[in-house]
Write a protein that binds this ligand. Structure first.
Ligand code: 8NA
Ligand code: MG
Ligand code: MG
Length: 345
């Protein structure tokens, strides 16, 4: 039957945590055979293994901060969100944060800091980070705000607290938009969905800073749009190899090499695919496929999970997978509270 909006909200945040937790196993591996992925996932069905055995990483830790801050401030408050990131990092620094972002999180802890966007701007010789750390935590923005303009605006500011390079924060905008459209059921028309994202990103990448960053980094003129066009081309192909996806879209820690990839994973897995178990539904296929790409698996599966979860709803997540993940219950609770904030507006 039709998926309720509450189920989509639950699905978005819980499947993001799921992707992070199951993806941790393969993070950084360049060759991940599908067999190993399926083994890892079927291992979760063994209920003697206990609850919450798969720990979440920086992706979920920061996503929780975003959700909590949006809830307590009933909207975006950069001071509060920055403090929340800093506090989370100081309490649990071992969650696998990116090598550069750690410096930002330490500076954000200083009570003397007045401009909370300043530490991010100082990264990488003043160019700012283009990592996917802004995108990996962007889903709650899609749940909190009712219209696309606000989702874009606040996902961008939220990312800029750690990622001041346009490639970093525009990745967060794209991820938040993908979750937003998915929550509205737009994935039932995949062509329309990808066209809409291209259209939105054309507007976003027109920006002067975006164009000069792209030039300096020797990228396409509209880098995210170019990748989304490649997603579209891959969607039209009868058969696509893992190698082709990696070489066309990437599987790395840069937002540009992981956000369009996550979107492709969701689109590709809307239908049954060779090599994936027949009893798998779309959400299970999406998670498994994301892991099989290797590279930044926790983050790609986290982002693909958020988009897929918003489409299929929480009931598409196998109970055994869900209970294996640390923080899944908490994510469900946060989604519930964001739902109330959303419908109240
Ligand atoms: P970040 O801002 O430190 O960026 C990640 C990395 O990207 C940096 O450490 C650099 O190597 C590179 N980078 C980013 N911007 C630039 C630039 N302007 N010039 C040159 N190099 C640059 O951290 P982040 O929050 O974006 O990172 C997110 C990723 O880190 C996620 O995959 C997350 O899971 C985590 N991660 C953890 C591990 C691990 O070992 N646990 C491995 C990879 C990534
Ligand atoms: Mg991580
Ligand atoms: Mg990662």
């Amino acid at each position: 039957g039709p998926v309720s909006l509450l189920s989509r909200f639950h699905g978005a945040l819980v499947a993001a945590v799921l992707g992070d937790c199951v993806g941790g196993e393969f993070e950084g591996a360049q060759d991940v055979p599908l067999e190993r992925v399926l083994q890892h996932l079927s291992g979760l069905e063994d209920d003697t293994r206990g609850d919450g055995i798969l720990q979440y990483s920086d992706d979920t830790a920061m996503m929780r901060c975003v959700a909590q801050s949006l809830l307590t401030r009933m909207g975006f408050d950069e001071q509060d969100m920055a403090r929340s990131f800093a506090k989370e990092y100081s309490l649990a620094p071992g969650r696998g944060y990116g090598a550069g972002v750690i410096q930002v999180l330490r500076k954000l802890a200083s009570p003397q800091l007045s401009d909370v966007f300043q530490p991010a701007r100082a990264q990488f010789g003043g160019r700012g980070s283009f990592g996917n750390g802004g995108a990996m935590r962007a889903a709650p923005f899609a749940l909190a705000f009712r219209n696309a303009a606000d989702v874009k605006k606040y996902a961008r500011f939220g990312a800029m607290l750690t990622h001041s390079c346009s490639l970093g924060y525009n990745g967060a905008v794209l991820q938040a938009l993908a979750v937003y459209l998915s929550l509205q059921g737009e994935l039932s028309l995949p062509q329309k969905f990808i066209n809409r994202l291209i259209c939105e990103m054309e507007e976003v990448e027109k920006d002067e800073t975006a164009r000069s960053d792209a030039k300096v980094l020797n990228l396409d003129e509209f880098p995210f749009c170019a990748r989304l066009h490649r997603v579209k081309e891959l969607m039209e192909q009868n058969s696509v190899s893992i190698e082709e996806v990696i070489s066309e879209l990437g599987n790395g820690i840069a937002a540009l090499e992981s956000v369009p990839t996550a979107i492709f994973c969701v689109l590709h897995c809307l239908e049954p695919r060779e090599g994936l178990p027949e009893h798998y539904g779309g959400l299970e296929r999406t998670i498994a496929y994301s892991l099989a790409l290797g590279g930044d698996t926790d983050t790609i599966a986290c982002m693909a999970g958020a988009i897929a979860g918003a489409h299929y709803g929480i009931s598409a997540i196998p109970q055994s997978w869900l209970i294996s993940c640390e923080g899944a219950e908490e994510a469900k609770h946060l989604a519930e509270r964001l739902y109330k904030l959303h419908i109240m507006q």
